[in-house]
Design a binder for this molecule. Structure first.
Ligand SMILES: [Zn+2]
Length: 88
């Protein structure tokens, strides 16, 4: 006989579901491997090299150190007016 679907409980630890938006976009400056993220103490997000190549001594970095650089880079790649006009 069919089971009733259990009502999903709301997850009280929703901070765990926070994902790093630049996942798979940032590479290690030392070895070029992808940078992953890990949450510590419930609120700090640290980024660290996946050490896939095994010869990297890059240490974990607080995302607050990296995010301003990313924002700067995104500003730098905004599309100038002259390009968008070509498709108008
Ligand atoms: Zn690395």
């Amino acid at each position: 006989m069919p089971k009733c679907a259990k009502q999903k409980r709301l997850d009280h630890t929703k901070s765990h579901s926070k994902s790093f938006i630049f996942k798979n976009l940032i590479h290690c400056g030392v070895c070029g491997c992808l940078i992953g993220s890990a949450q510590k103490k419930g609120k700090y997000v640290y980024l660290n090299c996946n050490h896939y190549k095994g010869n990297c001594n890059q240490k974990e970095v607080n995302e607050n150190v990296v995010l301003p650089q990313v924002e700067k880079a995104i500003e730098a790649i905004s599309i100038p007016d002259e390009y968008s006009r070509n498709f108008g």
